[in-house]
Design a protein around this ligand. Structure first.
Ligand SMILES: [Zn+2]
Length: 383
């Protein structure tokens, strides 16, 4: 299928030129309203059935449906168009193309991918490919913060398969890590700083737990690694405790981020940390602490023999001339939400660099090739 390269490149530049910084990350962020208007108009221009979705005011996702004739598998091509902040970037919205690279915030993460989705939809339409199932382009809000965009669409778009088009340098990503945020608060007893007979120092007690957490962190990275994403890990992200210099600290809290690998459960992870608290209690029977789970983002894994993976692999091999490698990635992505909803999901996207960094670019040639991969994969999956 032939990709309209000027159209695809034009969409990429138009998307990068629109400020869509996630306002939950950066108070001055523009949000997705304007980029949603552009995307809706652009997808409608391709003849897709377009809908806007606004789970929170100003936080807008857009879907475009290319209807099949019925009876085939349906496929979602998913990409977020919110970006992280532009802080020290020199020209975040210039979308200048030089040396085959389009520069700007979000070019790589991941407006290049959305441009490829649009290029693929246009190729499918122009070629008159005989689709039985629907192809749905989902341009989603808020992936960089709480993923309200994709979470909002799940359930209302019961597709069979999904390709999350996060950038992977044209490799096929079959797994990524998850994470769990946990807070542990250690109890002490407030007292005047002179009253050692009354005060119990929660900060010093927390130290005993921190030593054990450090030991566990060392053990986690020695565990047998997942073949695609490596071992699990843990770090104490923030600690706080105490209220004043002449007061025994009544409580102290450590906030822990535990990066999980496929197969690990929240119960298993919290039990490990409860085990450390139990060790502290054995050492000091008056030790008391409470554990709470703040946020869970599941890890993601898809088996290579699933139809979505086989279809994408065949399409990519045909377009690129060789089979892309199967890889895992560290960051969490919307793929975990789709997969947990029972939608077979795989991740692939174009080449570039600089996600969340001061300099960001996407390779324009790879955006166009990726559009061709997506069109070929959709034509096969939805045939
Ligand atoms: Zn991203």
């Amino acid at each position: 299928m032939t990709i309209d390269a000027p159209f695809t490149t034009g969409v990429l530049q138009s998307l990068v030129r629109i400020n869509s910084v996630n306002p939950s990350l950066s108070p001055s962020g523009a949000g997705e309203a304007e980029i949603a208007r552009y995307t809706a108009t652009m997808l409608a221009g391709l003849g897709l059935d377009v809908q806007a979705h606004e789970p929170l005011p100003g936080r807008v996702s857009v879907t475009g449906r290319l209807r099949g004739t019925g009876g085939g598998r349906s496929l979602m091509l998913n990409g977020h168009y919110d970006t992280v902040a532009v802080d020290e970037m020199e020209a975040p919205f210039a979308a200048t193309i030089s040396g085959g690279r389009c520069h700007g915030r979000g070019a790589y993460d991941m407006k290049g991918s959305l441009a490829a989705c649009a290029g693929a939809a246009k190729a499918l339409r122009d070629s008159g490919a005989a689709l039985r199932g629907d192809v749905i382009i989902a341009a989603v809000a808020d992936e960089e913060h709480a993923s309200i965009g994709t979470a909002d669409l799940i359930g209302r778009f019961p597709v069979d398969g999904a390709i999350v088009t996060e950038p992977t340098s044209m490799q096929i990503c079959l797994a990524h890590k998850g994470f769990i945020w946990i807070a542990v608060t250690v109890e002490g007893r407030a007292a005047h700083g002179s009253l050692f007979t009354d005060g119990i120092d929660a900060n010093v007690r927390l130290g005993a737990l921190l030593v054990r957490l450090g030991r566990l962190a060392g053990q986690l990275i020695q565990r047998p690694p997942h073949p695609l994403v490596g071992p699990p890990s843990l770090h104490a992200s923030m600690v706080s405790g105490g209220t004043g210099m002449s007061t025994y600290a009544a409580s102290a809290t450590v906030q822990i981020e535990r990066r999980t690998i496929p197969g690990e459960t929240t119960e298993q992870v919290t039990n490990e940390i409860r085990g450390l608290i139990a060790e502290c209690v054995r050492e000091d029977p008056t030790f008391a602490a409470t554990l709470s789970v703040v946020l869970v983002r599941e890890p993601f894994e898809v088996a290579p023999d699933r139809p979505i993976v086989r279809t994408l692999t065949d399409a990519a091999t045909a377009v690129l001339g060789e089979q892309p490698p199967y890889v895992g990635q560290n960051p969490w992505m919307d793929s975990a939400l789709l997969s947990a909803a029972g939608i077979e999901t795989v991740v692939m996207g174009p080449h570039g660099t600089g996600a969340h960094a001061k300099e960001e670019w996407v390779d324009v040639g790879s955006v166009v090739r990726f559009a061709e991969v997506l069109a070929a994969a959709a034509a096969r999956y939805c045939a």
